[in-house]
Design a protein around this ligand. Structure first.
Ligand code: AMP
Length: 205
C-alpha cells in the first residue's frame, strides 16, 4: 500500500501516520521529521533548513525531492508519506518515481489548528505529544526515551499563520492532482476516532 497523508498543521498527520504505519506494516516517511533531524545536525545545510522551517516557509523542492526519492527507495514500496508533496511541483515529481494508491485528507479548521498547536510538545528525537489530547505518562518527559519535551521552534504565532497560509495556497491545490484517490476524513474527532475513520475509508476502497 502506498499512501499520502495531507492536512494542515496540527491536523494529526504525524500521529495518524505513525498509527497506520504500525498497524499496516508501512514505513512512515515524515518529511518534516527528516528535515528537523538535518537542521539539528548543525551542518551548513541544516542551518539553511532551520532558517526556513522556523519562519514557516517551505524548504527548496530540489532538496525534499532528493530526500523523498531516497526514502521511497528504502521503503520496499509500502509506505505512508507525511509532509510530501506540499506543492504541485512536488506532486509531479512524485508521479515520476512511484504510483500512489490513496491520499488521506485530514480536515480541520484553521481555528482548531491554531488551538491545537499551543499544546503541542516534542522530544529531541521527534516523538510527539499534546498536553490535552496525547499527554505523556509523566508531564514534560518523553515516554519512549525519557528525554525532556519542548515546543517546536516553528510553533510561534507568526510561523503558524504563515504555514496555514502556505497550506491553503500551495498544498490544498495538490488534492486536485489526486482526483478519485482522496479519502476525506474529519480530523476534528479524537485520535482513535480519526484512526478508525481512516481504516473504514481504506477498507471501503
Ligand atoms: P511538518 O512537520 O510536516 O509540519 O513540517 C515542518 C516544516 O518542514 C514545514 O513547515 C516546512 O518548512 C518543512 N517541510 C516539510 N515538508 C516539506 C516539503 N515537502 N517541502 C518543503 N518544505 C517542507
Amino acid at each position: 500500500m502506498r499512501l499520502i497523508i495531507i492536512g494542515p498543521q496540527a491536523s494529526g498527520k504525524g500521529t495518524q501516520a505513525s498509527m497506520l504505519a504500525k498497524e499496516m506494516g508501512l514505513s512512515h516517511l515524515s518529511m518534516g521529521e527528516k528535515l528537523r533531524q538535518e537542521a539539528a545536525s548543525g551542518s551548513r545545510l541544516g542551518h539553511q533548513i532551520k532558517e526556513r522551517i522556523d519562519k514557516g516557509e517551505l524548504v527548496p523542492n530540489e532538496l525534499v525531492e532528493k530526500m523523498t526519492k531516497r526514502l521511497i527507495k528504502e521503503s520496499n514500496g509500502k509506505f505512508i508519506l507525511d509532509g510530501f508533496p506540499r506543492n504541485e511541483e512536488q506532486a509531479r515529481f512524485l508521479d515520476l518515481i512511484t504510483p500512489i494508491d490513496h491520499v488521506i485528507q485530514l480536515k480541520v479548521s484553521d481555528k482548531t489548528a491554531v488551538e491545537r498547536i499551543g499544546g503541542r510538545r516534542e522530544c529531541p528525537k521527534g516523538h510527539d505529544y499534546h498536553v490535552f489530547y496525547k499527554p505523556p505518562k509523566k508531564e514534560g518527559v518523553c515516554d519512549v526515551d525519557g528525554l525532556p519535551l519542548h515546543r517546536r521552534a516553528d510553533d510561534t504565532s507568526a510561523a503558524i499563520m504563515k504555514r496555514l497560509q502556505t497550506y491553503h495556497n500551495r498544498t490544498e491545490p495538490v488534492l486536485a492532482h489526486y482526483k478519485g484517490k482522496v479519502l476525506d476524513i474529519n480530523g476534528e474527532q479524537g485520535i482513535r476516532d480519526v484512526h478508525f475513520a481512516i481504516l473504514k475509508a481504506l477498507h471501503k476502497r
